[in-house]
Design a protein. Structure first.
Length: 86
């Protein structure tokens, strides 16, 4: 029992509704960047009072759509130019 309780401390709980810090950790971006994205309507978010909140399921759906869009726009012929070796 004690080891199970101890292991829960090492893994942060991912809740369905997250604050900006939890959501930024989940997405792997800074809280400042996520705040900007939420303010611009780029990521799905809502305000509860004056604080941004993020539903994990909506973020997952949004990430799926973003990856589909980028996959559709990917053109293998348009690679970054490589400098010749000297």
């Amino acid at each position: 029992m004690r080891s199970a309780a101890r292991s829960n401390l090492l893994v942060p709980e991912i809740r369905e509704v997250m604050d900006i810090r939890q959501a930024s950790d989940y997405l792997g971006i800074s809280p400042d960047t996520l705040y900007k994205y939420a303010s611009e309507g780029f990521v799905p978010a809502f305000k509860l009072g004056n604080r941004w909140r993020f539903k994990r399921s909506r973020l997952d759906e949004w990430m799926d759509r973003q990856s589909e869009i980028q996959a559709a726009e990917f053109n293998p012929e348009m690679k970054k130019p490589v400098k010749p070796a000297m």
